[in-house]
Write a protein that binds this ligand. Structure first.
Ligand code: PEP
Ligand code: MN
Length: 337
């Protein structure tokens, strides 16, 4: 952190700032030019509130030079993290594909889709049991029954379960029955939920908030990691922009940016980004080409009658074709799928 002192400040006032900072355990390096005095603050400033300095008359500005996240920061963990989700490794050379319906609707539906996506090469299955819908009158998911049906589909296919948690009240059940616990975009900044999940050792799929900056997203990962759970996978799912044609705008640049800033794996959800089934293929291809470690894709056996997100769901045959074309893209960037 760098403190720029206002021109004309007395030596006495500068010394006072230095002493205050040193008393808090920081080391200060002072540099003086003709008009400016700059204090370089060395030490762990992650928990330091910059506003405590800004209120001082003699302080012109304060610049942070270090990111506020530590455990998620690549600086302190140069190697890529590989997260083991019940034997499926996310963050390694293989691009892992999570596929399944937006919501679990019935035993027949979830098992049929799970069997189909497995055949096409998906290595994990998704299915929402608790759904975060914009309207309280829309289908809210089968809730606990949905979790039971996911168990049945897992027994039939062997595919690990990925499903969203909405309340800390459900953590015990999720730890028991879910392989990768999803935190949805709307709960990315539900800090109490993040902390509770941080006290488990379960892999967590942390989706980017609707309007979250990359730093805010990484700070949410930090919440989980700061409680001791390092098993975090990030998921870019499109952000709010002025564009109305697509449901969200897929921020492809977030993939290389997050990979530069953090060692955590990053996967992409082209379904919620585009919001239309025919956009899923080009967005998925682009994500793999840009370095995504995995994909989260909505697949439904009868999208026209889906209880949620039918417009963006691929039919199993289309998903199969997509997997074939993704193999070519993955190969071109030195990865398998
Ligand atoms: C979902 O994956 O079903 C979902 C609701 O996604 P998001 O939180 O990204 O909107
Ligand atoms: Mn959905």
């Amino acid at each position: 952190m760098v403190i720029v002192i206002k021109p004309g400040t007395t030596d006495e006032a500068i010394l006072k700032v230095k002493k205050e900072m040193e008393a808090q355990g920081f080391t200060i390096h002072e540099s003086r030019g003709a008009n400016f005095c700059v204090l370089g603050v060395v030490g762990d400033t992650a928990a330091f509130d910059v506003r405590n300095l800004m209120v001082k008359d003699c302080v012109e500005k304060v610049l942070r030079v270090q990111e506020p996240y530590k455990r998620a920061n690549r600086l302190f963990h140069p190697a890529d993290s590989v997260i083991d989700v019940s034997g499926v490794k996310i963050g390694g050379n293989k691009v892992q594909v999570i596929a399944g319906p937006c919501s679990v609707e019935s035993e027949a539906q979830i098992t049929a889709v799970a069997e189909a996506v497995k055949k096409s090469g998906a290595t994990l299955m998704r299915g929402g049991a608790f759904k975060p819908r914009t309207s309280p009158y829309s289908f809210q998911g089968l809730r606990e029954e949905g979790l039971d049906l996911l168990q049945i589909a897992k027994k039939k296919t062997g595919l690990p379960i990925v499903t969203e948690i909405m309340s800390a009240r459900m953590i015990e059940r999720y730890v028991e029955d879910v392989d990768l616990i999803q935190v949805g975009a709307r709960n990315m900044q539900n800090f109490e939920l993040l902390k509770e999940l941080g006290r488990t050792r379960k892999p967590i799929l942390l989706k980017r908030g609707l309007s979250a900056t990359i730093e805010e997203w990484l700070m949410s990962a930090e919440y989980i990691m700061s409680e001791g759970n390092e098993n975090v996978i990030l998921c870019e799912r499109g952000i709010r922009t002025f564009e109305q044609y697509t449901r969200n705008t897929l921020d492809l640049s977030a993939i290389p940016v997050v990979k530069k800033l953090s060692h955590l794996p990053v996967i992409v959800d082209p379904s919620h980004a585009g919001g239309l089934w025919w956009l899923v293929e080009p967005l998925a291809k682009a994500a793999v080409a840009a370095g995504a470690d995995g994909l989260l894709i909505e697949v439904h056996n009868d999208p026209e009658h889906a209880k949620c997100d039918g417009a963006q769901s691929l039919k199993p045959e289309r998903f199969d074709n997509l997997m074939n074309s993704l193999r070519i893209i993955a190969g071109a960037v030195g990865r398998t799928i």
